[in-house]
Design a protein around this ligand. Sequence first.
Ligand code: CS2
Ligand code: MG
Length: 413
Amino acid sequence: MPTPLSTASSRDRIAQARVVVTSPTRNFVTLVVTTEDGTVGIGDATLNGRELAVAAYLDEHLVPLLVGRDAGRIEDTWQYLYRGAYWRGGPVGMSALAAVDTALWDIKAKRADLPLHQLLGGRSRDKVRVYGHATGETIEETVADVGRLIDLGYTAVRAQTAVPGGTGTYGVSRPGEIYDPAHGSLPEETVWDTRSYLTHVPRLFEALRDTYGFEIALLHDVHHRLTPIEAARLGASLEPYDLFWIEDPTPAEDQTAFRLIRQHTRTPIATGEVLSSVHSVQTLITERLVDYVRTTVTHAGGLTHLRRIFDLAHLYGVRSGSHGATDLSPVCLGAAVHLDTAIPNFGIQEYMAHSALTDSVFPHSYRFADGYLHVGEDPGHGVHLDEEKAAEHPYSPAYLPVARLADGSVHDW
Ligand code: CS2
Ligand code: MG
C-alpha cells in the first residue's frame, strides 16, 4: 500500500514545523510549517488561558508526525492526527489540529497562487458582515459606545453593560483598554447576580432602541450564565427589542437545554464558541435549536472541520456566526474571512479589531471598511508572522476570570 510519504515528491513534503508563542498585547500560539520547496504556511493554535498546553501538544506530539508528510494531503493528515490519536477532540487537541490544518490550506493556496477562498469554492459574497463590541459601566455609557460603533460604520453591534450588584461584569472593558478579560498570573474572581442581570438587560435594549431605532442589528452575549428557564425568560423579555441574537444563554455543552429555551422565545439564539467538534453541535443543528453556530477555525479543528460543521448547519437552515474575539489571532480571523466569503450559509462574523501592535506582528491582507471585512486577494489566507517582532514580545501568563455568586460558590463565567 502506498503511504503518504512514498507518494509525495520530495518538494511537496513538510521539511519543518515550529511553534511560535508571542504576546504582542496578549498571548498567541502560531504554528509555522515549511515545505521542502520553501513554501511557508501558518496556523493559529491560541487557546485563551491554556496557551502552553496547545504549544506542548504541537511540539511534543504533532510536529514529529508532520515532518516528511505530503503537505498537499490535508484531509488525510486531518484524519491521521484526529483518529490516529485515539483520544479524540477536546479544545487542546482540536486547536492544535486546527493550526496544522490552517497552515496546510495556506500552503496549498500559496502553491496554487490563489487566495484561499478560491480553493473553498470561490466567492459567495463580496464582503463579510461583522458585528463589533460596545460596552459600558452604565446603560448610558453603553448607549454612547454603540453610537461610536455606528459612527465607525458598523451595521451590527453587540451591547454589554455592567450589572448592578456584580463586579467585573463580562464584556465590560477596563477604562482606555481594548476589551480583553484575560489578565494576571491568577484568575480574577468576579461576583455575579442573576436576578439583577435579568431585570437590567431589557432596560439596556429599551434605551438602545429608543436612541437608535430598529435599523441597527443588536446582539447580546449571556456568556453561559443562565439556567434554561432563566434564559427562556430573558429571550421573551427581549422580544420587543428585536435582537439579532442572544448568545450562549446557557452552558453550551448541554445541547438539550436549548429545547426548553426554544419552546418559550422567538429571540434568535447563537452558541458554540467553546465547542470544538461537529458532534457537540449535532443536536443543536439537526433539531434546529439554534439559529447561528459560533464555532471557529482555531478551536474547531481548522477549515476542514469547520466547513463540515457549516455544511451540516446549511442542511437545517442554521447560519454561521463565528467567534472572532481578540484572543483568536489575526491568522484565525484571516482564515475565517475566506471561509465566510465562500460558504452559502454565512450569517455574521464577530470582529474586535486587534491592537496596532498585534497587527504589526501579524501583517494581513483582510481589511475592515463600512461594517464589513473584505478578504484580500493575496495567495493563501493572507496573514503573515513577523518572527523578529514576535520575539520581542515573550509569553506572559494570563487567565480568564472566574465568577462566583454572592454566597461564594463558583458560577459559570
Ligand atoms: C466572547 C469572548 O467574543 C465573545 O463572544 O464570549 O470574549 C470570550 O469571553 C473570550 O473569547 C474567551 O477567550
Ligand atoms: Mg461569546
